[in-house]
Each structure stands twice: as C-alpha cells, then as structure tokens.
Design a protein around this ligand. Structure first.
Ligand code: IPM
Ligand code: MG
Length: 356
C-alpha cells in the first residue's frame, strides 16, 4: 500500500496541464525522499458539468474524503458562463471547500529572489524578503450566507449576507495565531469594523483569542487601509487574518506584489489533516492547451501539501529550493525576462524535477 493517497481534481482550462507537472514533481520527490504516492482522479467544475450535469458530483466528495490530500488545478471557463449561479463551475469549488470543511485558506505571498524585477512595485518598497501570509476564512461569510433575489418597488433586486459566528472566527483566528507563532509573531486582523456589525464581532473575538497568544503582536486594520498598505509598505506585514471575501480580494493584490499570480500556491485546511492544495490563479481558458501555462504555483502547492498534510518537510523545502534555482535561468512566458531561456509548461516541470 502506498504511503499517501492523493486525489487529483484537474479541473478545466490549464488545470490538467499544470496538475500533470505537479504530479511529476511529487513523484520525483517521493523517489528522492523515500515515500510512495498513489493517485486517483475525480471531476470538479466545468468538466464535471459536461460529464454528469453538476459541478460537484457526490463521487468526487467521497474520493476526496477517502484520501490523505487533494491537489486541484483550476475550474471554470466561458463555456459554462450561462449555467445558473448554483450550477456554475465555481459553485463546485465552493461546494468542495464546504463539503471537506476546509475553513482555513493559507495564501503565502513570497518574493523569489530571481523574480524581484517582475513585481510592479519598486525594489526599495518590496525589499529583499517580502513574505506575507494571508489566512483567509474559507467556508463562511458572504460566500456561504443567505442570498436571494426579489422585487423591490417592482424592480429586480438581489441580496447576499455576511455573517460570522464566534466559533467560526475563533477557529480561523487560532490558525492565524499559530502560524504567526511559527513566523515573526506579528498578526494583522483585517475587517471593516467601522461599518459592519459582523466585523465588530470579528475584531472582538480576535482580541479574545489573542489572550492565549501573549507573544504575538496583534494589530487591526480596516480592509480599505490594508489594500493601500499592501502596496505602500508590504514589509510591515507578517500574517494577515481576514474574512472570506476580504481574503479573496487582498490575496490577489498580494500575489501581484510578489511578481505574478502564476507563482502563488495555497493550502486549504480542515480540522483534520485532510487538505486541498491549489494555485491561487484561475483556469486561464485563453491559454489552455497551448502548453505555455506556468505550473510553478501548482508545484509550490505540492510543497505546501508535503509540509502541512503529509509531514514531509524536507521534501517541501527541496521543491521550493528547486523552483528558486530554476527561476534563475528559465521562465515560462508569463514571467519571462530578456536574457533567460523561455520554456513551456512541460519543460518547466522537467527542469524542477532535474533540480530536485
Ligand atoms: C479564489 C477564487 C474563487 C474564490 C472563485 C473562483 C470562486 O477567486 O480561490 O480566490 O472567490 O474563492
Ligand atoms: Mg480569488
């Protein structure tokens, strides 16, 4: 029997290409660090709609639950834009997060030395080691709240609800404080407590939880100010904890500061050890099948999986080091710079394997 059972949700667009490269790297790491991996595939998103009529078939949930971890490519594309809201590929993504209880989404924004010039932010502002970890609540808030459409004064109107309970805030806050303890012991809680009731409860609860973490320096920031501070002085941040929707927005912003959205990995964790690992970018239907997608975010997601779900820290470190090394000389088109060698998605996967 293999040491680890991994379910692959390749998804749509560039999903299959990038997951294939990540699998190659994982296999290489397994060989090198002496463990075995067995894969199973399941459908999520548009490909699942095409095959079964729904974006998240029950079989997919069952397979994920029976595995040690899940690797996801990306879902969605223009082909499914006319699906009703609750049957869109994205609904499948939210569905799997909910079904697996993946409440904690870790999105590290790290600058790889060789990629510094890819950041649109000036060198002196990013410094040499920008490293922000966004901890995004992932199974609550407005993404999962009550919603609907109705007529107001005879005109169509629509509504969504942002709601957080104390236990939901407490558990995500604990994840963030635990992460801060392993890093630079600084936590910024982001909310909109000057306007939203749910944010006022968020802030109060985070302050309560902070009493268990006296070593962590906690501060609070309104989300609009945080969006500004991220480009003004990203070095001030260590760990950021925030709600589902604020985390969605701020993590895209933070990824761009780090150079390219094609580089950033993420981990979605549950109360148990089951985690789901995916790049933070989308399915990029415009370049799907061209072989030019950047597989590094997915490869780095595998490194996160090895660290957070499989307890293979050495393999995780080795993959990150290999990526950094390859970036010195080779680039996919999205991060290409004059003088370096331009490579395809597959070549990038091969190079990382070789550097391992
Ligand atoms: C993300 C994505 C998803 C989200 C979309 C595709 C539903 O933007 O993972 O950040 O909003 O959570
Ligand atoms: Mg997003």
């Amino acid at each position: 029997m293999a040491d680890y059972k991994i379910t692959l949700l390749k998804g749509d667009g560039i999903g299959p290409e990038i997951v294939n490269q990540a699998v190659k790297v994982l296999d290489k790491a397994a060989e090198k660090f002496d463990f075995t991996v067995e894969y199973d595939e399941a459908l999520l998103g548009g490909c699942a709609i095409d095959a079964t009529g729904v974006p998240l078939p029950q079989e997919t949930i069952d397979k994920c639950k029976a595995s040690d971890s899940v690797i996801l490519g990306a879902v969605g594309g223009p082909k499914w834009d006319n699906q009703p809201g609750n049957n869109r590929p994205e609904a499948g993504l939210l569905g799997i997060r909910g079904a697996l209880g993946l409440f904690a989404n870790l999105r590290p924004s790290v600058i790889f030395g060789p990629l510094k010039s890819a950041s649109p932010i000036k060198d002196e502002i990013i410094g040499d080691n920008m490293n922000v970890l966004i901890v995004r609540e992932l199974t609550g808030g407005i993404y999962f709240g009550e919603r609907g459409t109705k007529l107001v004064d005879g005109e169509p109107a629509a509504w969504d609800t942002e709601m957080y309970s104390v236990p939901e805030i407490e558990r995500i806050a604990r994840v963030a404080f635990d992460m801060a303890m392993k890093r630079n012991k600084k936590l910024t809680s982001v909310d909109k407590a000057n306007v939203l009731e749910s944010s006022r409860l968020w802030r109060k609860t985070v302050i309560e939880v902070s009493k268990d973490y006296p070593e962590v320096e906690l501060n609070h920031m309104y989300v609009d100010n945080c969006a500004m501070q991220l480009v003004r002085n990203p070095k001030q941040f260590d760990v950021i904890v925030t709600s589902n929707i604020f985390g969605d927005i701020l993590s895209d912003e933070a990824s761009m500061i780090a150079g390219s959205i094609g580089m950033l990995a993420s981990a979605s964790l549950s109360e148990g050890k089951l985690g789901l690992y995916e790049p933070i970018h989308g399915s990029a239907p415009d370049i799907a099948g061209l072989g030019i997608a950047n597989p590094l975010a997915t490869i780095l997601s595998v490194a996160m999986m090895l660290r957070y779900s499989l307890n293979q820290n050495k393999a995780a470190d080795a993959i990150e080091a290999a990526v950094s090394k390859v970036l010195e000389t080779h680039r996919t088109p999205d991060i290409y710079e004059e003088g370096l060698t331009k490579v395809s998605c597959e070549e990038m996967g091969d190079l990382v394997c070789k550097a391992l």
